[in-house]
Ligand binder design. Structure first.
Ligand SMILES: [Zn+2]
Length: 358
């Protein structure tokens, strides 16, 4: 029997989000306030206008959404104060959707003086931040958020794939140095079609003997999703794969992922917005659950793409006829593959279980 639940019930259940980009979850009000403070011109003057602007970019092309839309937001996240504020509000966003644990990712490079997004703020004479300063600013905001909203988070530092390999190594070295500031993992993000995962194998190798978890965006877009997923697993030794859209078609990869207890962070609503899938059922989540793959459902870029994690679950449940049993399993998979020590994973699983048994 399927126990169906509505959106309000999904919202009330405790949730875990393992794949959430900081720059993809800045609310329109904050974007407007930061733009005013920094005297940066935006294409709209109020929150409704800004939402419309993002909706229009989404409907036009993914490329434009990423370069123009995300570019505008990232340009505002170029000082420690602004980064901390966005990170603090990210924890508020998690709390409002009843997310009890979130792993928040961002590419430190885009917030340094070397990035093309740097230099738009009114005080453009300030030196850009170093990788460690970027991570420290985000960590400060998340910690303040934890105190005020009671939600625990972990930081995932992304290597943006277009960088040269040496630069990727430097980012990962900074991430490892910042473990005490809450870094729990590294990720490989951005243009998968042009830059295959092996480009950054040195950076990933640097973490093989560390406490840092490894996740890789693979199988999201481009001509080589199978090869990229396999490389992420076998060369980058990914603990988790992000997106993995065509995974269900490849039984050998399913076996590899299941046998190595690799987590699969799927983001169905994001895949629909970007147009990489036409329907949620294409992801074959039910098959992956049946095959005992540790698949989870995550948000990716909720505010900019226009949904919440609860929306994502609720729509998935409706389209794929999932009930509470499947949702509980997806959440326990997230708890089990979180970049936490065993006691942290266990405590998340207990909180999830308690909610489903009450
Ligand atoms: Zn992502």
């Amino acid at each position: 029997m399927i126990l169906m639940v509505n959106l309000a019930e999904v919202r009330a259940l405790p949730k875990i989000d393992l794949h959430r980009h900081l720059d993809g979850d800045v609310r329109p009000d904050t974007i407007l306030e930061l733009a005013e403070k920094e005297r940066v011109k935006l294409p709209a003057r109020d929150a409704i206008g800004l939402e419309k602007y993002f909706a229009e970019l989404r409907s036009r092309s993914v490329q434009q959404l990423f370069t123009e839309g995300f570019g505008k937001v990232t340009s505002l996240m170029q000082s420690p104060e602004n980064l901390s504020r966005v990170a603090y509000e990210e924890v508020r966003n998690l709390r409002q959707d009843n997310v009890i644990y979130g792993e928040i990712r961002f590419a430190p490079y885009y917030h340094t003086g070397e990035s093309a997004y740097y230099g738009h703020l009114k005080d453009g004479t300030k030196a850009g931040m170093s990788y460690e300063e970027v991570i420290t600013a985000v960590a400060g905001g998340l910690e303040k958020g934890r105190k005020d909203f009671g939600v625990r988070t972990g930081i995932i530092a992304c290597v943006n794939r277009e960088l040269e390999a040496e630069q990727g190594v430097k980012i990962v070295q900074a991430a490892v140095r910042c473990i005490d500031r809450g870094v729990v993992g590294i990720d490989l993000a951005c243009d998968e079609a042009t830059y295959p995962p092996e480009r950054h194998s040195d950076a990933f190798r640097f973490t093989f003997d560390s406490a840092i978890g490894r996740t890789v965006h693979a199988g999201e877009f481009g001509n080589q999703p199978y090869k990229n997923m396999k490389t992420a697993l076998q060369i980058l030794l990914a603990d988790r794969i992000g997106q993995a859209i065509p995974l269900q078609k490849h039984d050998d990869l399913i076996t590899l992922i299941r046998d190595n207890k690799v987590g699969v962070e799927m983001c169905p609503e994001s895949n629909l917005v970007t147009g990489f899938i036409k329907s949620r059922s294409e992801l074959g989540i039910y098959k992956l659950l049946r095959e005992k793959v540790l698949v989870s459902v995550n948000s990716d870029d909720p505010a900019i793409f226009g949904y919440t994690l609860s929306d994502s679950f609720s729509r998935l449940m409706e389209e794929c006829s999932f009930g509470l049993r499947e949702m509980r399993r997806l959440q326990l998979n997230a708890a089990g593959t979180a970049f936490l020590k065993e006691d942290g994973k266990r405590s998340l699983a207990e909180r999830i279980d308690a909610a489903y048994h009450s």
